[in-house]
Design a protein around this ligand. Structure first.
Ligand code: BG6
Length: 523
């Protein structure tokens, strides 16, 4: 697969960016939330940066019987809202909207896709040309879209490349993910399929690899000899909003763990790839998932914790419990919180617990990976009953994007007393430029044919192999403790006990990291 990337200079304050070949971008689900909140603002920004070729066309496809003018208007409103009135540039929009077109079509009707093919050709000077399809739809529509594309011959690559981006969740379990992959493979070849996980498009997530493999300092200590345990947290203050219907079916395990958290786990634990290319990187990540043994039912009971939020306070405002949210059953057993301990059984990591936690309506929105180092072997500077605080490297994905390293320093004074201090790298300060949105990065990668940040079929399946036994054990034994954490709290108590058994502790969500030294060598 050739990757066609040509660097172009951009406006000041932004880094050089690849330039994609001209193509037709077809968005299925063009009137939906994802298109409005993420895809349109991202495409508009890419156009502004000069990353889209002038001849690029965007065709929104959906059921709504509107025309191109009405579609452009509603996309303009969406981009205004997403960017904020102050950043919205009307002149730029006028230029961008010339690319936008709309094709009304029942996505479930394969017969209608011939009309779409004709529309693409009509707009594209008679040729199908290069095509990027984006399924920005609920999962149930993916199969009918694939059918339609197949029937109309729209996956054919003789007239130009054709790629399809498919949103998560990719299946509901291993069997359905395999069935979906087989289905998609009936129309597209694997190199044409881009399974998207937006976490991989985040700058700070990509920086995990640069931090580990672009520096000689950290890799020698990145193993069980020096690391005590690793925490991976994706905590949100948000509830499920209007997504109750989807969330009831998904739950936190499918929604966050089988993709975002598993990806973070792979990046923090993988071996160095032989090259920074799509297959080399993905091979190493898949090795991590394969090195974890799927849990038995007894291990699920011991090493996982599920939770569901009850009512509580978020930022001083009363919020309802999950069971009171719209489209949620009043006796719902869906989990809105998961904590789990995984063990990677290889030479590098044997004996090191990797703790994952994610939840809605928690005390603070924070996504980070915290690598906890072992204590120094000799407590040279500590008093008789005290220990030196171990080192922690925290890779902050969001907010305050950056990296914090905690180490001990001598507290000024006549006594040999230590204090924990922080070395804090902040993206915004260091680079003083706008951090690209994940969808900008991923759309541009797909347009350029770079699949490094997308999930391969075997990767999806390797993740489900770890999740399936948890789903099965939970299904077998619904929780009788829900709701078991209050909105605005740190999560269920049982999650603390999960770590306490190994003498470990979660970092408090509700504490902001600062550079203020924490004095005294404490236990
Ligand atoms: C999505 C989940 O994939 O990721 C949401 O479906 C979640 O439930 C979101 O809120 C979190 O993404 P981010 O980028 O806001 O951390």
């Amino acid at each position: 697969m050739t990757i066609n990337i040509e660097a172009v200079a951009t406006r000041s304050g932004e880094s050089a960016i690849a330039k994609a070949e001209a193509c037709v971008i077809v968005i299925f689900g063009a009137t939906g939330d994802l298109t409005k909140r993420k895809l349109m603002p991202a495409l508009c920004h890419l156009a502004r940066q000069g990353a889209l070729a002038e001849a690029t066309l965007i065709i929104g496809v959906d059921r709504e019987p509107v025309d191109t003018d009405a579609f452009r208007e509603s996309m303009q409103a969406a981009v205004r809202e997403a960017k904020g009135e102050q950043l919205f540039d009307a002149g730029e929009w006028c230029h961008f909207e010339q690319k936008l077109n709309y094709f009304a079509c029942d996505l479930k009707e394969p017969g209608r896709y011939a009309g779409l093919a004709a529309r693409i050709q009509e707009l594209n000077g008679g040729a199908l040309g290069n095509r990027l399809y984006y399924c920005a739809t609920p999962p149930t529509l993916v199969a009918p879209i694939i059918d339609g594309i197949g029937v109309a011959g729209l996956a054919d690559e003789t007239a130009g490349w054709a790629r399809i981006i498919i949103e998560k969740p990719f299946g509901r379990d291993l069997a359905s993910a395999q069935a979906l992959s087989d289905y998609v493979a009936g129309v597209f070849l694997e190199h044409q399929i881009y399974r998207i996980d937006h976490y991989l498009g985040k700058e700070t997530v990509q920086n995990i690899l640069v931090f580990r493999f672009g520096n000689a300092l950290f890799e020698p200590v990145w193993n069980r000899n020096h690391i005590d345990y690793v925490e991976i947290t994706a905590a949100e203050t948000l509830g499920i909003g209007h997504r109750g219907g989807y969330y009831e079916e998904a739950g936190a395990l499918r929604d966050m763990v089988t993709n975002h958290l598993m990806q973070l786990l792979a990046l923090i634990a993988m071996e160095p790839p032989i090259a920074f290319d799509a297959d080399a990187v993905r091979d190493k990540k898949i090795q991590v998932w394969r090195t974890i043994k799927p849990m038995t039912a007894a291990e699920v009971a011991e090493k996982t914790v599920r939770g569901q939020y009850g009512s509580g306070q978020i930022e001083g405002h009363a919020v309802p419990g999950y069971r009171e949210e719209s489209s949620v059953a009043s006796d719902s057993n869906t989990e809105t919180y998961v904590a789990a301990e995984f063990r990677i059984e290889n030479w590098r990591w044997a004996g090191v617990p990797f703790y994952l936690r994610t939840g809605k309506r928690l005390a603070r929105g924070v996504t980070e990976l915290a690598v906890h180092f072992k204590r120094p072997p000799q407590p040279l500077f500590a008093g008789k009953t005290e220990f030196i605080e171990p080192n922690v490297i925290a890779l902050r994905i969001h907010p305050n994007e950056g990296i914090d390293i905690r180490f001990d320093a001598k507290q000024p004074g006549s006594e040999m007393q230590t204090a924990s201090v922080h070395m804090d790298f902040r993206y915004q300060q260091a680079f003083n430029m706008r951090i690209p949105e994940a969808y900008e990065t991923l759309l541009l990668d797909a347009l350029c044919g770079d699949a490094t940040l997308f999930t391969r079929r075997d990767g999806v399946e390797a993740q489900w192999r770890l999740i399936d036994p948890i789903l099965a054990a939970w299904r077998q034994q619904p929780s009788d403790a829900f709701p078991n954490y209050a909105a605005g709290s740190e999560g269920p108590k049982a999650a603390d006990e999960l770590l306490a058994r190994n003498g470990h502790q979660w970092r408090l969500l509700d504490s902001q990291l600062t550079n203020t030294p924490q004095t005294g060598a404490t236990k």
